[in-house]
Design a protein around this ligand. Sequence first.
Ligand code: XUL
Ligand code: CO
Length: 439
Amino acid sequence: MNKYFSNIDKITFEGAKSMNPLAFKYYDAERMVSGKKMKDHLRFAMSYWHTMTGSGADPFGMATMERPYNDLTGMKLANARVDAAFELMSKLGIEYFCFHDFDIAPEGESLQEKNNNLEYIVPLIKEKMKETGIKCLWGTTNAFSNPRFMHGAATSPNADVFAYAAAQVKKAIDITHRLCGENYVFWGGREGYDTLLNTDVELENDNLARFLHMAKDYANKIGFKGQFLIEPKPKEPTKHQYDFDTMTVLGFLRKYDLINYFKMNIEANHATLAGHTFQHELLMSRINGVLGSIDANQGDMLLGWDTDQFPTNIYDATMCMYEVLKNGGIAPGGLNFDSKVRRGSNKPDDLFISYIAGMDTFAKGLLVADKLLTDRVLEDFIKNRYKSYSNGIGKDIVDGKADFESLYNYIILNDQVSLDSGRQEMLEDIVNRYIYSAE
Ligand code: XUL
Ligand code: CO
């Protein structure tokens, strides 16, 4: 497996002082961090779409990526991409991959042709998985690119499109099952609206719920045990996407009796598009017991769209790993790099350099988060901040023993309230110091 990236050797750990762009500075896969190997905390995955099929094309220009398989087309290209993907993952020490159906095989002229293409490619992937030990973190379907999905998939006004999307998801679950995928993702790229003037929002939401019920019933029927995940995103490509953010999705899942079957796949750039921090979305998922997996990337704060950049922001990575550790880990989910190299970073080795940058950022973030938690810096501060609820009237409130009358009678005699400082800047400075010093 040294055919497509033959000028790149297996990437090794050289330590923080290394200036080699093709070496890890912090990601030391076997290093133990609070009783677990780094690689088992992080469970990194390669995104097949950005990494293997991403061309660099944008609305203003054509493909820029120089790839060793650019001269191939059709099934030959799909075949070469399988080999290249497993070579890249092996060299980077990435143990999982994520895919859409159309990333691994071309769509073809008909649904039958598409399924035949998948039937040809899936055994090749299975073979490579066996050879390398690399596993499937999750599969999904692309029910957003083809023009038939222009008004939505499960939320299309046209029932034939609903049926088409169902057939596609059925097949994608079958394949994910055969590849022993540990999760299956639903990202509703076109499940939303561009204008309310032409949209029956109530029916569309009901239909989305019907669709998800059918999906979980089907998974049950075939014995697929992977975790179902919904990936919230507020907008793009639609003006408004129904899976807006964690709290919106939770409301939807509860309303339609789906809460026991789905967790969240939180993507950093989707969080910021929704006006939240990455940590906010992770935390909301964690405290509601639905933190399932993570799409690791970052946006550009000056742009209003999903730039899917490789994550190099150490602060965000630290707070992400803080939530992951507090969650007791992320398995069976993982950290999928739903990230793409910039259009101008078009050489094959840019792929390696970018993954290394992302993996190192999260490895360092893990070390910082572990130290913050071991020292209980934020935890003790927060605990102390809420101490008024551990005794007296606060304890009565928490224990359900207070009512408006008892609170009135209490506070009328104690109405000179004294408050402590929130010490935000002090805490920000402490987090900075942990980032500087953790090794
Ligand atoms: C789109 C996005 C998707 C999902 C899978 O913004 O994040 O790639 O992760 O369909
Ligand atoms: Co994503």
